[in-house]
Design a protein around this ligand. Structure first.
Ligand code: GAP
Length: 459
């Protein structure tokens, strides 16, 4: 089907590619190539809000799909899509109304408002992180939930919150899901959706924002089996990250000590990734015990229990939760995929930026390029694109030299480029160029879909 041509002397790779050194480089690439734009940019932007552009929207969708498939293709996990607005009692029961807050101080000198628990201390006193003044107010609790009103009247009786986590939509639907699906414990419910937190210190691009998407899975188990499942889920989540292309060295677990555990947690580990700004939480894996189901039973007055038919016993299931921010994972994959390399002059440049995305995540999987602007080459390349677009995310590009077009595709992580050249009419073959090695194959036009599918399997 194809003959592999080794990279020629005019397209050799430097042995030491450079990873991403700073976030700003990535922010620029994301804007330049249409992955991520600042929200409301023409009005000066809105702090910590970001919009996904054409490539970013596709890329984020692929990240979500890979998580969704990893979860819901299992026989023991089903999906859910709950509303963002929920009954306000949900947040009373969950502990968010009373406890989801940060302690804030105001500096009387420079008027900065800051978090007391992360501010510097001197002689037992909190000092302002901006001007180092000791003249600061006592801390006051600031609730992180966004509040609004349901309906036309704005008073305390119709306050609702934008959900700060998707998990509660799963807990309050536990019985609906269990009865409608007749799932037996252990089983899980997976959900992807927007969450909102009025963070005091958002930042680092899409790492911490006030509006973000979460991918959460609650796995309901019999009490006593919870720590086994907790360990299994830790392992399973690491395998998922390996499949997304993360190396072991860039990920680690960090256990929450007794003083760090959230009010609902019996055990908790963060999966951390080494971002350019340091090791930071990517995902939380929590053993929530029966806290949530018991709280909702108490506040709603409805029993929430599971009847184990085999053992003829009732119990309140324990919950193992895996919770990852989709935007944060998008950022980690972008950082992880980024490489800058010196190359021999394959085209017009002697260096390239390449995003080494897995093909399942790449926003463009294959680009079809006519070697020149000759109509007979353009029509063939364009037809190949249309045919491949049935099964792949396919792009067509005819602008600029072939070298420049390869560079453009490298920069957005396109695994393969197909070039239609003057030989194509004679031999019915196109040149397939591999993103990572820049090696080239000559492949029969009728075999392209099969060729790509095979390559993607072992990528
Ligand atoms: N239901 C449990 C829960 O929400 P969390 O540790 O607060 O736990 C889970 O959040 C994940 O959601 C985090 O590991 C992070 O990836 C993401 N996340 C949380 N706050 C975020 C924010 N402000 N911006 C972006 N992602 C956020």
């Amino acid at each position: 089907m194809s003959e592999t041509q080794a990279p020629t002397s005019s397209s050799s790779l430097d042995a030491k590619p450079k990873p991403l050194a700073d976030l700003q480089t990535l922010v620029s690439l994301c804007k330049r190539r249409g992955f991520i734009f600042q929200s409301s940019e023409i009005y000066g932007g809105l702090n910590s809000c970001w919009d996904y552009g054409p490539l970013g929207a596709d890329f984020k969708f692929n990240v979500k799909m890979s998580w969704w498939k990893a979860m819901t293709r299992r026989a023991d996990i089903v999906g859910l899509d709950a509303a963002i607005l929920m009954h306000p009692m949900v947040w009373k029961a969950s502990g968010h109304v009373d406890g989801f807050s940060d302690p804030l101080c105001d500096c009387k000198s420079c008027k900065t408002r800051f978090r007391q628990d992360t501010a510097p201390q001197k002689d037992g006193k909190t000092i302002c992180p901006n001007c180092e003044s000791k003249d600061v107010t006592e801390p006051r609790n600031f609730n992180l939930m966004f509040k609004t009103h349901m309906g036309p009247v704005e008073d305390a009786s119709n306050v609702v919150y934008l959900r700060p986590e998707t998990a509660q939509g799963i807990f309050v639907n536990f019985e609906n899901v269990q009865t409608s699906t007749r799932k037996k414990i252990p089983f899980g419910i997976a959900q992807i959706g927007k969450s909102f937190r009025n963070e005091i210190t958002p930042g680092n691009f899409i790492f911490r924002t006030r509006e973000f998407e979460q991918m959460e899975m609650q796995y309901f188990v019999k009490p006593g089996t919870d720590m086994d499942w907790f360990e299994k889920w830790k392992e399973s989540r690491l395998q998922h990250y390996a499949a997304l292309g993360f190396s072991k060295e860039k990920l680690r677990f960090k256990e929450h000590g007794p003083g760090e555990l959230a009010h609902y947690a019996r055990a908790a580990f963060d999966v951390q990734y080494e971002f350019p700004f340091g090791w930071q939480e990517l995902e939380g894996i929590h053993n929530r015990g029966d806290f949530d189901l018991s709280q909702h039973a108490k506040f709603s007055g409805k029993k929430i229990e599971y009847f184990d038919e085999a053992a003829k016993e009732k119990f309140v299931p324990y919950v193992i939760e895996t919770a990852v921010g989709c935007d944060r994972l998008v950022l980690a994959i972008l950082c992880n995929a980024y490489n800058e390399e010196s190359v021999g002059a394959e085209g017009d440049n002697d260096s390239r930026i390449v995003m080494r995305f897995k093909p399942s995540l790449a926003p463009i999987q294959v680009a079809c390029l006519p070697l020149s602007k000759k109509p007979e080459l353009q029509s063939v390349a364009s037809k190949i694109r249309d045919d491949l677009a049935q099964d792949f995310r396919a792009d067509y590009d005819e602008a600029a030299s072939i070298g420049k077009r390869y560079r453009r595709q490298d920069e957005v992580g396109t695994p393969f480029c197909l070039t239609v050249d003057f030989e194509t009419q004679n031999d019915q073959k196109v040149t397939v160029r591999h993103r990572d090695t820049m090696a080239q194959d000559r492949v029969d036009m009728t075999q392209l879909a099969q060729y790509l599918n095979e390559k993607f399997k072992t990528f």
